[in-house]
Design a protein around this ligand. Sequence first.
Ligand code: TXA
Ligand code: MG
Length: 315
Amino acid sequence: MNDATFRIIPTDPEGLVNAAALLRSGGLVSFPTETVYGLGADARDDTAVARIFEAKGRPSFNPLIVHLASLEDAEKLCVFNDASRVLATAFWPGALTLVLPLRPDAGISKLVTAGLDTLAVRLPDHPVAQGLLRAFEGPIAAPSANPSGRISPTTATHVVDGLKLKINGLIDGGPCQVGLESTIVSCVDRPSLLRAGGISAEALEACLGAPLTRGADPETPSAPGQLASHYAPLGTVRLNAIEAKKDEFLLGFGPVEAVLNLSPSGDLTEAAARLFECLHQLDAMGAAKIAVSPVPDHGLGRAINDRLRRAAAPR
Ligand code: TXA
Ligand code: MG
């Protein structure tokens, strides 16, 4: 779905069924949660997820939070340990996001995880979000529904002002109660606070009976830096390559002859959708030297180039 004919969708059962159908056809639907409005897409659909980044004008691919209807659904996608199960049982549905090891067969788009082997999941505590998740019967990837660099939206009007021209629908559920994004805790290792948010660290620590370790805040520039090594393919990366040298694998863009091509037609949305998948494929091929065609540095191209520069950075 490429045409972004925008409509306001009512919160009644018929509205939620229509919103779920929009998501199923690859559309973007903003919906209320108790924290802030999310910009939702089918988390299994690379192209739909790429459109999230396009709509937000995000200059880099930050991994996204996946919203689910039940703990059971979360267990199908991620591996829980004792601590994460304790936190999920105590605080879900609610303003807590857990970062957990991703099951390899989860079927989540690599653009959602930015190619990481972990996944951020949460069950929102809002009847409209829950109704949408039940109608959709699948995982919904949703960052906050604001243009990149702007303030998170806590009313439908905020979303209309920021994103109306870029999205397919908005379910107006009134103002958000919490108004602050969810608290993010990684339970990949010892429970670690990645982002302060709607649930206090003290409340989480009281529940765990132990202090949280303090990880890097994912909103600060240091975190993407730390993540850079996860992002990188095994081979070295040379950017802006007009053609590949003899020992290089060319990752193409546009009408070039290449081992793999991000988008033969030069479509940046398609390229974004395929980026992480292509880098994984190059790893699987054992590509020791990767050359990448120039990618135009506008729109989603900025996020693609940000990602590629990280991949090419000296390690
Ligand atoms: O309250 C919320 O969390 C809202 C509503 C819509 O649910 N969503 C939200 O999403 O704030 P967003 O994209 O604005 O923030 C998601 C944060 C980013 O800072 C990202 O780096 C982090 O979650 N994140 C997502 N997946 C991660 C992962 N696998 N590891 C570490 N951090 C992750
Ligand atoms: Mg945000």
